[in-house]
Design a protein around this ligand. Structure first.
Ligand SMILES: Cc1cc2nc3c(=O)[nH]c(=O)nc-3n(C[C@H](O)[C@H](O)[C@H](O)COP(=O)(O)OP(=O)(O)OC[C@H]3O[C@@H](n4cnc5c(N)ncnc54)[C@H](O)[C@@H]3O)c2cc1C
Length: 440
């Protein structure tokens, strides 16, 4: 990999390791902030991988600023509400989401691979085809007073690919981040919650009003289902993304070593479907959805303890590399996008890079650490566990077991922690509108 940045041009250049959701949004944001950006992705090509993912309104607001809202709307589903039920399908709590809840922008449920391709196309269009180098895996970093040098290899056989120089390096290299390991060499593997997750997509009839995200069960056995395809909805059907979750190891087991953490690991449904066999709620057929999906992807519920720092001189972390979190509250992708937004805002200010990365670290690290902690306590899913503990055989009326005030407080507390309470998003939207008005 021969760098053309040998004569000081690298001073305005940002290197991004990892071309996933966070890395590509960072590339778009840093480009907009005036940087020449190159993304180095370890995989040989960008492919539409994964199943469903959610974008909360604060992240959608930033993607709208980047001009991507129409593409997201045309592809995903604008989530209208969140419905929590117990293991018998009895309603615990329902709340409006996105536009239906008065936010200025929607919450969007979308196929991760389609979101990835929307971002990838935007990067190619705006930054040029050379901005994304596939097959380049970050292995080492050195920095000095005025730049950073990153070394890459071909992951397949370790062939060295040379080094690249830039003003900064962003590690957006996911749950197994190499840059994180360089910053925190003694950390070890991700920390296992004891729960396994199996994900799939089933073609089905629309679920309820076609915009509802359903969470069923409790902390030890859960099933989540929501639609993710605008095309299927227009044709009168649904692509329902589902996640089946089972506790497979005791919550207080001191062994936190996770089983394999590979996003593309496919397993047979017989590995996990038996405990869900009786979950027919009339309006939701859990065994049917599991059976209808062509494939199930297994991934353990893991996170990591927050680090004491992300930024070191001219290098920093972003997304899962910085703050892997349980997928409770549907926040992983959104928080990676907010990282990219904050990082670019600090760098555009024209201050020096080291200082900007410190301010990014100081702003984003405590916020995301609080979400990691809230998710360990079940986040908004806490209402499901309360219902299970107080009424394991079900209830006629949820208010016999949980008061309305308690239900509302759990939901409100989490939105505030994760930064997407309606007032915060409305204030952010007003700031965007007024800065756009000033510019034009
Ligand atoms: C293949 C795949 C499928 C996924 N499917 C789902 C899903 O179905 N549902 C869900 O909720 N979340 C899924 N995720 C995780 C989800 O994308 C993230 O939790 C979230 O979007 C935050 O994004 P991120 O950019 O920080 O990490 P990721 O999206 O994981 O991206 C990290 C990127 O860095 C690359 N990379 C890793 N090491 C290196 C290196 N040394 N050098 C250069 N590049 C490197 C990886 O190949 C990857 O493209 C998936 C991730 C991957 C990689």
């Amino acid at each position: 990999m021969e760098s053309k940045h040998g004569h000081g041009h690298w001073r305005g250049r940002a290197l991004v390791a990892g071309g996933g959701i966070g890395g590509l949004v960072a590339a778009l944001a840093l480009h907009r902030a005036g940087y020449e950006v190159t993304v180095f992705e370890a995989a040989q090509e960008i492919r539409a991988l994964g199943v469903g993912i959610n974008l909360q309104p604060h992240a959608v607001l930033f993607l709208a600023e980047l001009g991507l809202l129409d593409a997201l709307r045309a592809t995903g589903i604008e989530t209208g509400s969140l419905l929590y039920v117990n293991k018998f399908g009895q309603r615990i709590w329902q709340e409006a989401r996105g536009l239906a809840a008065g936010y200025p922008v929607p919450q969007i449920s979308i196929h991760r691979g389609e979101l990835h391709l929307i971002l990838y196309r935007a990067v190619l269009e705006r930054l040029g085809a050379a901005a994304v180098r596939c097959g380049a895996s970050l292995v080492g970093v050195e920095q000095d007073g005025d730049g950073v040098t990153a070394r890459f290899v071909d992951r397949r056989d370790g062939t060295p690919l040379g080094s690249e120089r830039g003003a900064l390096l962003v590690g957006a290299d996911g749950i197994h981040s190499v840059l994180r390991r360089l910053l925190a060499p003694d950390e070890g593997p991700p920390r296992f919650s004891g729960c396994m997750l199996w994900r799939g997509i089933a073609e089905a009839d629309p679920l309820l009003d076609g915009r509802t995200m359903v969470w069923a069960g409790h902390a030890a056995q859960k099933f989540i289902a929501y639609p993710i395809s605008a095309t299927a909805a227009q044709a009168g059907s649904a692509h329902l993304n589902w996640i089946a979750e089972l506790r497979v190891r005791a919550a207080d087991d001191p062994d936190r070593t996770p089983p394999g953490t590979d996003w593309n690991r496919r397993v047979d449904a017989s590995v996990f479907d038996a405990p869900f066999a009786s979950w027919h709620f009339g309006w939701l057929d859990v065994p049917g959805l599991i059976a209808r999906a062509g494939a199930a992807y297994e991934f353990p519920m893991v996170d990591r303890d927050p680090l004491p720092r992300w930024s070191d001189g001219r290098v920093t972390l972003l997304g899962d590399a910085a703050h892997p979190m349980y997928p409770i509250g549907s926040n992983g992708a959104s928080q990676a996008i907010l990282d990219a937004q904050d990082l670019a805002a600090r760098l555009v200010a024209g201050d020096d890079v080291v200082d900007a990365l410190q301010r990014y670290d100081a702003a984003r690290r405590p916020v995301t650490a609080a979400i990691v902690a809230a998710n360990r306590r079940q986040g908004p899913d806490e209402v499901m566990q309360i219902a299970e503990e107080r009424a394991p055989h079900g209830f006629a009326d949820v208010h016999d077991v949980i008061s309305q005030a308690e239900l509302e407080s759990v939901a409100a507390k989490y939105k505030q922690t994760a930064g997407f309470d309606r007032d915060a998003v409305a204030r952010a939207a007003a700031r965007v509108a007024s800065s756009t008005a000033t510019v034009s």
